[in-house]
Design a protein around this ligand. Structure first.
Ligand code: GLV
Length: 387
């Protein structure tokens, strides 16, 4: 067994063990993938400020996100088709997150249903919603999340229509996969994945199939999105969701200061600076590059969280030092899941926490809540001048 020391090790195993169609789904951005690449390369432009001869004992990565205690401010982001990376993937990821003490967010487009995940966990998880044209479906889904004990709603604002990811079209992405010759040849080498899938009933979109009416092709994320997601989402509709939900609300997918101000005025509990992992508007700026401006605009009025591009504890440190109160990982935990199931998600969290802890110590900090601009070296042109 190879020694796993970083997220890239998990990524290599994920690629080897998971059908190409699902690995590619995870590892894609939209169109030219410029924003997808910038999300990680812009993190690398920030450097950390080393401090010596300061007491580094008694360190803690514990913090809070929207009032919830977390072992580190790193949640698991909602990920569609997570249960196709590994059988029962959402249950495995939720259990790993629960044991670790970080929030797990279940996607509307998950394979395991809300009830499945609730039945296999003991603490509340968060639920992510896409606003659909069918308000009965929205209402019933929110009720199911409430009944399952979900204690925050993450409302995604940046995916009412789907940015094209070329690989998904070329691979014929579907859940479960259709048995074409290339898929069968690929699956022949992914026996571990296949055995897992044979042992579970959860192979369809668990929150959709049997719950939504009039779905044309329920196995295709693309056709489901085109048919069902509401392209007329606006602030009135967001308010309607808020009122239906009545609990904590996180608005996800904000990449603009004016939009961030609207989120703060709206009275949400947090916003997530995000470009959906570079999967939606190709050509948008990276999340880490937009983060400082959004923090300056609204950081004293609303909790600012961020995702898109985090692959290490050093990345988490940089985001927190720029003012994020919480962060999320998507691909970084999927690599663990695809590589080694639940143990792989735990490994991913462990890797990131250790990197965060050691880097914090070498920056002369003992408490993750004290990280700030004093810990960073930021190049002059980092934010850029964009007219
Ligand atoms: C769904 O959230 C996706 O990015 O595919």
């Amino acid at each position: 067994m190879a020694v796993i020391t970083n997220i890239n090790d998990l990524k290599r195993l994920h690629r080897r063990r998971t059908p190409k169609m699902f690995y590619d789904y995870a590892e894609s951005g939209s169109y030219t993938e410029q924003t997808f690449r910038d999300n990680t390369s812009d993190f690398a432009k920030l450097r950390l400020r080393q401090k010596v001869a300061v007491d580094m004992s008694g360190r803690t990565t514990a913090s809070t996100m929207i009032g919830r205690d977390v072992a580190m401010p790193v949640g698991l982001a909602p990920v569609g088709l997570c249960g196709m990376q590994s059988a029962d993937g959402e249950i495995k990821a939720a259990r790993a997150a629960e044991r670790f003490g970080v929030p797990f967010t279940l996607s509307t487009m998950s394979i395991c249903s809300i009830e499945d995940v609730a039945a296999h966990t003991t603490k509340p998880f968060w639920f992510q919603l896409y606003v659909m044209r069918d308000w009965d479906f929205v209402e019933r889904t929110l009720e199911r999340a409430r009944n399952a004990g979900c204690d925050a709603l993450v409302l995604t604002l940046d995916l009412q229509i789907l940015g094209q990811r070329h690989k998904d079209l070329k691979n014929g992405l579907s859940a479960p996969p259709k048995m074409t010759l290339p898929t069968m040849l690929d699956l022949a080498t992914k026996w571990r994945w296949g055995l897992g899938m044979l042992g579970t009933k959860r192979r369809f979109f668990g929150n959709i199939v049997g719950h939504a009416k009039g779905v044309g092709d329920a196995s295709s994320l693309m056709s489901w999105t085109n048919e069902q997601f509401d392209p007329k989402l606006d602030w009135d509709k967001i308010a309607r969701v808020r009122d239906m939900w009545g609990g904590k609300l996180i608005l996800k997918g904000v990449l603009d200061e004016d939009d961030a101000r609207l989120c703060a005025d709206f009275g949400a509990d947090a916003l997530i600076v995000s470009n959906h992992g570079g999967r939606q508007l190709d050509g948008a700026l990276s999340s880490i590059r937009m983060l400082p401006r959004i923090v300056r605009a609204v950081g004293d009025k609303i909790e600012v969280h961020m995702d898109s591009g985090i692959r290490s504890g050093q990345d988490v440190l940089k985001a927190l030092a720029l003012g994020a109160r919480g962060t999320y990982i998507g691909r970084a935990y999927l690599h663990g899941l695809g590589a080694m199931g639940e143990a792989g998600v735990t490994k991913a969290l462990d890797v990131i926490q250790k990197e965060l802890d050691i880097s914090m110590a070498l920056c002369g900090e003992r408490d993750v809540k004290e990280l700030g601009l004093q810990n960073l070296l930021i190049p002059d042109d980092f934010e850029g001048r964009w007219a």
